[in-house]
Design a protein around this ligand. Structure first.
Ligand code: TRP
Ligand code: SF4
Length: 328
């Protein structure tokens, strides 16, 4: 039996941080061994919130491609491409936009939230309302069965499924109903204890060097109740401990016990964390340095990915045009 097809995407909005890595990319890397995976750098989606200043998009596309490749996406196992190089996605989006009721888009929770949150950005546009419709086009253009996403994306996926049902009902069975695979999430707070987010400037990125990691761990917030080394600590409120849970598997019980008893100081505890993080992340960093030595490599990967994705996209659009009866 042929492998099931997986599709997912990320907007090119700057270098990925560890939250992005553990929230999505790490899962993508695992999936490529088992499935026929299509991973798209969704630059049209980035336009929905960045249309006023597009100066960084090109650079961000290459940045994210390097992040993906250094984190272990392997172009021999998966297909990596830029959304805007597959024009068929735009055509499919247009056709889907004809059949998606406005009410489905307007009631989408991400739409309402973002309108509220990004008030100063003038994002109340036609394209922004249609964001989930474009996402459906991404998924359906390669007729993917499985879509690895975070929980926040479930409403979009449900909308894709509804669009599929409506399309198939109107024009005949063309598409699969895509299923979400929920990414297994490891939650990492930011350096300051808030959610890790670029806008808070509290991230550790995949491109940080071992030296950067050491320095960032040094400034991480710990349990504020600990002033002296002998003060009993509360690992559950400490960011360093939250990181240990991800990076220091086998030492985790000892750290908890020693912190709670006041037997280990935060400086030492951080040193252990930095060492473990560097051990874990060094292969990614080394791979990045290798890729940076070969300037044409990333372009080549994207070109090959585009070729593969285009072939499938053309096939899908052939079926769509025929079903909708707009091919002459
Ligand atoms: N909306 C997704 C996000 O912000 C990105 C995305 C665009 C996507 N197209 C997709 C995810 C298709 C999965 C499948 O995370
Ligand atoms: Fe956090 Fe470690 Fe300090 Fe405990 S010893 S408060 S876990 S940094």
């Amino acid at each position: 039996m042929s492998k099931k097809r997986v599709m997912s995407g990320m907007r090119p909005t700057g270098s990925l941080h560890l939250g992005n890595y553990f929230g999505a990319l790490e899962n993508w890397v695992k999936l490529q061994d088992e499935y026929d995976c299509f991973y798209s750098i969704v630059d049209w989606h980035a336009l929905t919130t960045a249309y006023e200043d597009t100066s960084n998009i090109k650079e961000n596309i290459f940045e994210i491609a390097i992040d993906w490749l250094s984190a272990g996406l392997d172009p021999d196992k998966c297909t990596i491409y830029i959304q805007s190089s597959i024009k068929e996605i735009a055509e499919l989006h247009l056709i889907l936009s004809m059949i998606v009721p406005l009410s489905w888009l307007e009631r989408c929770p991400t739409y309402k939230d973002q309108l509220n949150q990004l008030k100063d950005k003038h994002i109340a546009t036609y394209g922004f309302l249609g964001y989930p419709c474009l996402q459906a086009a991404d998924i359906l253009i390669c007729n993917a069965q499985l879509v690895p996403v975070g929980e926040d994306q479930l409403p979009h996926l449900e909308l894709s499924r509804e669009i599929v049902r409506r399309f198939n009902y109107l024009y005949g069975e063309v598409f699969n109903e895509p299923q979400a695979i929920l990414n297994e999430v490891k939650v990492l707070p930011g350096l300051d204890g808030r959610k890790m987010s670029k806008s808070y400037q509290n991230t550790i990125t995949l491109s940080d060097s071992p030296e950067d990691i050491k320095n960032k761990v040094k400034v991480m917030v710990t349990d504020p109740a600990r002033i002296r080394k002998t003060d009993p600590g509360h690992p559950s409120v400490c960011s360093v401990y939250a990181f240990h849970k991800v990076f220091s598997d086998k030492d985790i019980d000892t750290i908890k016990e020693q912190c709670t008893k006041g037997a280990i100081g935060c400086v030492q505890c951080k040193k252990m964390l930095a060492d473990n993080m560097i051990k874990y992340l060094e292969p990614i960093y080394t791979k990045r340095k290798e890729i940076e030595q070969k300037p044409y490599y990333v372009r080549e990967v994207l070109e090959n990915g585009t070729k593969k994705a285009t072939k499938i996209a053309k096939h899908t659009m052939g079926k769509v045009r025929e079903a909708v009866k707009i091919n002459i």
